[in-house]
Design a protein around this ligand. Structure first.
Ligand SMILES: CC(C)(COP(=O)(O)OP(=O)(O)OC[C@H]1O[C@@H](n2cnc3c(N)ncnc32)[C@H](O)[C@@H]1OP(=O)(O)O)[C@@H](O)C(=O)NCCC(=O)NCCS
Length: 322
């Protein structure tokens, strides 16, 4: 059984900015009373008597109207509509946690007050991850909870909320910034979709915003042949965004240590300069040619140890002088 969601947001929420999380349920009610908004509206209008909600306001030393209009409020498990007969399960709490993260994003509270240690266990980490100040207090209906305890917790939260600054990138975000919400599907694209190049085009447009328009990758291909015309080695790479990327360099066993590799690389670097490259980069396995590249002026700037079967992968670069 689920109920429509309409959380309570008081008229003066913007000034106090506190989001209160309860842990009761509305499954025992009907009509307007099944939502947070409907229930609290009825309560503030005197159509419903709720000693607990009055006690919370009193403990905070505020009038009912002042307290409730300064906060937004939802009962943590409201959306699953648990009743006294169907107490919330772990699954209910998990589902509510996802919704809580969305609500924090949508409403940007400056503090979250959690009533109830039980649900605090589930929801406090969500609030902490969002970087928003949080206070958890024993539920007001718990045995022996004093008004002074509630008051101290409320005040501690107000203190934290006063100095809290929302991270700039989240500021003023609203539901309209998340038009997809959960309505999307992850799937394996067809070959046709992949070859259309659509994703690459969009990626480029995005990059242009930062570095301006740039050209496509330019191939850099160099080969070596012997006097009989047989291939003895070669290099394959490309220049992209002023970097030469060496993808492959290979010289036949029989032709090694005669300067072929060095000349292939030097020629590739020269071609790359002509295409506007200012740097070169490549990666090489431990059993390949790190020492060779060091001799050609490359430096290692990173390494992944044990990349495969105990061998590292080294990442190298070199500035291409004009
Ligand atoms: C790495 C490779 C391309 C070098 O080609 P090459 O024609 O033998 O190299 P060169 O003869 O031009 O050697 C240039 C210098 O590097 C040294 N060198 C060559 N290969 C080396 C290696 N694997 N490790 C250390 N030094 C090496 C040479 O001794 C020479 O030194 P010097 O200038 O002091 O005389 C070749 O050995 C090869 O194809 N290896 C297998 C494939 C491979 O590892 N490719 C690189 C993938 S990233």
């Amino acid at each position: 059984m689920t109920f429509p969601e309409k959380i309570w947001k008081g008229d003066a929420f913007a000034s106090r900015g506190i989001f209160v999380l309860g842990e009761s349920w509305y499954g025992d009610y009907s009509d307007e009373l099944v939502t947070d908004d409907g229930y609290i509206r009825a309560y503030l209008a005197g159509r419903v008597v709720d000693a607990l909600y009055t006690r919370i306001a009193n403990a905070c030393q505020l009038s009912r109207q002042d307290f409730w209009h300064g906060v937004m409020f939802t009962n943590f498990v409201q959306r699953v509509g648990a009743t006294r007969d169907f107490r919330p399960t772990r699954g209910h709490y998990d589902a509510a946690r996802v919704r809580l993260a969305q609500l924090l994003n949508e409403h940007q509270p400056r503090g979250v007050w959690i009533l109830g240690v039980g649900q605090g266990e589930y929801s406090a980490p969500v609030v902490e991850r969002a970087g928003i100040p949080v206070e958890v207090t024993a539920h007001p209906t718990s045995y022996g909870v004093k008004n002074s305890t509630l008051h101290a917790s409320w005040n501690a939260l107000l203190d934290k909320a006063r100095t809290y600054r929302a991270p700039a990138q989240n500021f003023e975000r609203s539901a309209a910034d998340f038009p997809l919400m959960n309505n999307f599907e992850i799937y394996t694209p067809t070959a046709e979709e992949v070859h259309s190049g659509e994703l690459g085009r969009r990626m480029r447009q995005f990059n242009y915003r930062f570095v301006g328009e740039y050209g496509q990758a330019q191939p850099v291909w160099v080969s070596a042949k012997d006097q009989g015309g047989a291939l003895v080695g070669g290099l394959r790479g490309f220049v992209f965004l002023q970097w030469l990327n060496v993808e492959l360099l290979f010289v036949d066993d029989a032709a090694r240590h005669q300067g072929v590799g060095r000349r292939l690389l030097a020629m590739a670097e020269q071609k790359a300069r002509e295409l506007g490259a200012r740097n070169a980069t490549l990666n090489t396995f431990e059993w390949q040619a790190r020492a060779f590249y060091l001799k050609q002026g490359y430096e290692e700037f990173g390494r992944i140890d044990d990349y495969i079967q105990g061998f590292y992968m080294a990442y190298m670069k070199k500035a291409l002088e004009p």
